[in-house]
Design a protein around this ligand. Structure first.
Ligand code: 5GP
Length: 202
């Protein structure tokens, strides 16, 4: 699959619902696998190293930067680095999967630049800034100060939508799921699991 493997990038401001959409797609398509990023932020309760992120200390992260092990990396929030390891993409391609990303807007654009036509970049757009603010406020994982940093970043990221291959409006979640499934099918040729099942029983 290495040559045939594709990349589908979901990027959005924090609070747009991209993680929910990405999780849905992973359940729907056996042929997709999630690109686990490396990051230096604290692990949240319930998160597992190697499943949610590769949690690294800053020293090791910077060593990997020096060794050019990242396709892209960024200080997404002050003091917190996130990045996509080249070895992670190879690992998933070697498993015969197309690779799905849940990364921030700048990282998404960088991956698209690197991989060109092999990659589809999707900007997940919230219904409004008010909805986005509300979602961020409902998360209990951040302090007020962290929340404000995320909110400021989210609002500034909304300006980048035109640089993506397509925009996925997340006003109604079910509609967003269906549109996302179609984007994946059209780009990779994969069929959602339930359709495969229907085909096999008809
Ligand atoms: P969180 O701390 O909430 O898990 O993620 C913070 C932000 O970092 C999210 O917007 C997430 O999509 C983004 N992110 C996760 N992994 C990467 C990565 O590998 N590179 C970049 N540039 N951003 C990432």
């Amino acid at each position: 699959m290495k040559k045939g493997g594709k990349l589908i990038i979901f990027s959005a401001p924090s609070g747009s619902g991209k993680t929910t959409i990405v999780r849905h797609l992973l359940n729907k398509f056996d042929g997709l696998a999630f690109s686990v990023s490396a990051c230096t932020r604290q692990r949240r309760s319930g998160e597992i190293d190697g499943r949610d992120y590769y949690f690294l200390d800053e020293e090791l992260f910077k060593e990997k930067v020096q060794n050019q092990e990242f396709v892209e990396y960024e200080e997404v929030y002050p003091g917190n680095y996130y990045g996509t390891l080249k070895a992670e993409i190879d690992r998933l391609w070697d498993m015969g999967k197309h690779v799905l990303f849940d990364i921030d807007v700048e990282g998404g654009l960088n991956i698209k630049k690197e991989y060109g036509d092999k990659a589809l970049s999707v900007f997940v757009k919230p219904a409004s800034i008010e909805v986005l603010k509300e979602r961020l406020h409902h998360r209990s994982t951040e302090t007020m100060e962290q929340l404000q940093v995320r909110l400021n970043k989210a609002v500034s990221e909304l300006k980048y939508e035109d640089q993506f291959d397509c925009i996925l409006l997340n006003a109604d979640l079910q509609t967003a799921f269906e549109t996302a499934e179609k984007l994946v099918s059209d780009f990779t040729g994969l069929k959602p699991n339930d359709q495969q099942y229907l085909k096999s029983v008809v």
